[in-house]
Unconditional design. Sequence first.
Length: 122
Amino acid sequence: MSQYLLAVNHTTDDVAAMAAMTPEEMQELFAAVGTFNEKLRAEGAWVFAGGLETHDATTTVDNTGAEVIITDGPFTESKEYLGGFWIIEAADLDAALAWATEGSKACAGRVEVRPFQEEPEA
């Protein structure tokens, strides 16, 4: 089985829409994601998942030069940023896309599917 990252990408408009949600609407969203997470676990696809703070809570570390540079926020400007993710195991890309379809519905957001690199054989 291969592992895939199901990345939930957000825009500033998405964050504004979430901030405008009532507590009841937010709880419905959390419940839908919780149900999706339980399905992933029950079917053996679950590896790990997590929600992330907004991009303004980001710190970037660059240790590629002579000195370490630590800056607030993302290194480059972006219209989208990672808001949360699942790491899953799936038989193939089609299976991962099926999970992403359900995850997108559950979290009410766009989900990017990216396979992990396979380790080279020795």
